[in-house]
Design a protein around this ligand. Sequence first.
Ligand code: ATP
Ligand code: MG
Length: 222
Amino acid sequence: MIELEGATFRYGGVEALTNVTLSMEQGAMAFLTGPSGAGKSTLMKLLYLSLTPTSGSVRLFGRDAAKLTRRERAHMRRRIGVVFQDFRLLDHLSVLENIALPLRIAGARPADYASDVTELAEWVGLGGRLNARPPELSGGEQQRIAIARAVIASPEIILADEPTGNVDPEIAARLMGLLLELNRLGKTVLVATHDLALVARLGAPTLRLEGGRLSQAGERAA
Ligand SMILES: Nc1ncnc2c1ncn2[C@@H]1O[C@H](COP(=O)(O)OP(=O)(O)OP(=O)(O)O)[C@@H](O)[C@H]1O
Ligand SMILES: [Mg+2]
C-alpha cells in the first residue's frame, strides 16, 4: 500500500532523509517517532506526493509515484487523508465547510453530506463552533478540524503529522482512538508523533527516524 525504496530527500544542501526504505501493507498502522528535525514531516510529504524524492522511489497503491500523470496524481491524493502539522485550514471557510472540503472537491452536494459532517464535528467536540472560522479558534480546536477533514471522505490511507500536538491528554486519547478505530475498519494509518507515552500505551509498531535515517522497521512499542 505504502512503499519507500531507498528514498533520499534534500532541501537544497540539507539532507532531511537518507536512504529510507519502508513498507506498510493495506490495513496496517504504525507510529513514526523521532526528535524534532529528524525528517518525520518530510517523510509524510513524500507519501502525500507533495515532495518528490531526490533519489529512490515512492510507491502507493502499487504504483510508482514518479510515473503518474497529473490527473492520476490528483486522483490518488483523494484516496489519502492528511492531517498537516500546520493544519492548513482555509481561514475564510467555517468549521463545517473546512471539514467538508474533501467531499466538496469530490463533487458531493452539501445536502447529501451536511448531517455526516455535523456529526463528525460534534464527535471531535466542535459542535458548538460549527460556523466559526479557524482564526477565531484555539490551536487544539483547529487541530480537531484538521483531523475531521482528513477522515470525512473515508480515505484508504490516513497520514497524520503530530495530530495531538496541540490538545490536552483527554482529547489526544480520543483522537488517537478515532485513528485506531479507522485502522480497525481497514484503513492504513501512519501517525508521526512526539508523544511516546501515548505510543507506548497503544502498542502499534513504531518506526523511528533519527537524523533522516530510519532505524530498524517493525519494532513493537513497549
Ligand atoms: N522547507 C525546508 N527548507 C529547508 N530545510 C527544511 C525545510 N523543511 C524542513 N527542513 C529541514 O529538514 C529537516 C527535517 O525536517 P522535518 O520537518 O521533516 O522534521 P520533523 O521530524 O518533522 O520535525 P518536528 O518534530 O519538529 O516536526 C530539518 O533539519 C529541517 O530543518
Ligand atoms: Mg514535523
